[in-house]
Write a new protein. Structure first.
Length: 405
């Protein structure tokens, strides 16, 4: 395999370990400075330049895109994707995981347990949000912090309000999160590669500190994770679109609470704590997958006019409940079922004999016309844009002040 490692710091431990692991396995490998790329959209096909010259052909790329270069770094990764070069972490995955709020929004849709979190912008809403997550003490977080910087424990509601007001004044968004006290300054980091956790460690905060980040003086030790923790870590990484990720979890009363998913996890701490060749596991996985670049299915399939991808929910009382896919009438409407989601389980390519149950969600590809009839009315949009009414703005009876607001 010819492998590119995207990195700003050529000498960093993680970069060097990946490079060494690739060489040891007989791969061709180059470490390329993320900021020396040029994105070329002038020709017929998407292309990349490096240091001003056309880039040679690579089989795979391992992006190590730091927070300071997210925009350009993900643009380069996206360009590799457009050129059908395999990457374990997609540009979307990297961007989604970088923003703590966006990550939580995506994960929460998939029943991943997380510490209760809220985001508000108006000062009138702050107190309610603090109560919503369980009251003080609360954890406050800047959206894009790393290494524990921008994570604060506010002991009282008053202090929390003061901090939030200050940050809002500086135009900073801040997450309000339940302080998971029962985790006692400890958390676990699971390193996900492909479909499994290859190494994991527990981090412990020092002294009075509640943040367990190594950069905040936290200590690490290897840990054998319970299956529930491993499963949540792998699912979280996959939901984010990452095949190489460091998933941080607090040990909650009822099991794992996912805090964040890191797309460029550091390797030094975890390799030292576990004595495992994590870099080698990453390189082996990438070599194994390099023939199967990720395809943005929605983007590709949406190209056929009149066809598209939709999720059909099997609601209570729907005539689909109890029918098999063959009996559902979907095939006759030129609709294919790609996956069936039932709770947290996913069945890829469900066969015609699969019986549908209430609560199932079907990811389908097919004619919009056919799928529209199966989507509940509230999400349908009127077909044509209506004429502007004679009186474009008017009072709604009983809501006269709505206009002034
Ligand atoms: N809700 C919480 N309850 C208890 N401890 C927390 C909570 N959120 C974060 N921490 C502690 O703070 C550390 C840093 O938080 P994290 O969200 O991972 O930010 P960063 O991206 O800066 O690492 C965590 O590793 C954990 O030890
Ligand atoms: Mg962290």
């Amino acid at each position: 395999m010819k492998l590119a490692i995207l990195s700003r710091s050529l000498r960093a431990y993680s970069t060097q370990r990946l490079r060494t692991a690739a060489i040891d396995r007989g791969h061709q490998v180059k470490v390329l400075d993320t900021l020396r790329f040029g994105i070329d959209l002038t020709g017929d096909e998407p292309d990349l330049h490096f240091r001003g010259r056309p880039l040679s052909v690579y089989d795979a790329v391992i992006p190590r895109v730091g927070a300071s270069v997210t925009y350009f770094g993900t643009a380069v990764v996206r360009q590799f994707e457009q050129m059908d070069v395999y990457t374990p972490n997609t540009a979307n995955g990297i961007m989604n995981s970088r923003d703590k709020l966006r990550a939580s929004q995506i994960l929460s849709r998939h029943n991943i347990a997380m510490p209760a979190t809220a985001l508000v912008r108006n000062r009138d809403e702050v107190r309610g949000a603090i109560e919503l997550v369980g009251g003080a003490p609360v954890v406050l977080k800047l959206l894009e912090g790393t290494q524990g910087i921008g994570v604060i424990l506010a002991p009282t509601t008053k202090v929390a309000e003061a901090i939030i007001e200050t940050l809002h004044g500086a135009n900073q968004q801040v997450l309000i999160q339940r302080f998971v006290q029962e985790s006692r300054g400890r958390d676990v980091r699971a390193l996900v590669v492909g479909d499994r956790v290859v190494a994991s460690m527990r981090r412990r905060a020092q002294g009075e500190e509640f943040r367990s980040n190594v950069h905040r003086g936290g200590t690490v030790e290897k840990v054998d994770l319970e299956p529930a923790y491993e499963e949540v870590a792998v699912r979280s990484a996959h939901i984010m679109g990452l095949r190489v990720a460091g998933v941080d979890m607090l040990e909650g009363e009822h099991g794992p609470l996912v805090m964040e998913v890191n797309s460029s996890p550091g390797l030094r701490g975890i390799e030292a704590a576990t004595k495992l060749d994590v870099a080698g596991a990453i390189v082996d996985y990438v070599a194994d997958q390099s023939g199967f670049p990720d395809i943005d299915v929605r983007q590709r399939l949406a190209v056929s006019t009149g066809y598209g991808v939709a999720e059909i929910a099997v609601l209570a009382g729907s005539e689909l409940v109890g029918r098999t896919i063959a009996e559902s009438g979907l095939l006759e409407m030129d609709v294919q079922v790609l996956t069936l989601h039932r709770g947290t389980r996913v069945t890829p390519n469900p066969g015609p004999g699969k019986v549908l149950e209430e609560g199932d969600r079907l990811l389908c590809f097919g004619r919009h016309e056919g799928m529209r009839s199966l989507i509940p009315a509230r999400s349908r949009r009127p077909k044509r844009v209506r004429r502007l009414p004679k009186q474009p703005i008017h009072d709604v009876p009983g809501q006269a002040e709505a206009l002034v607001r």
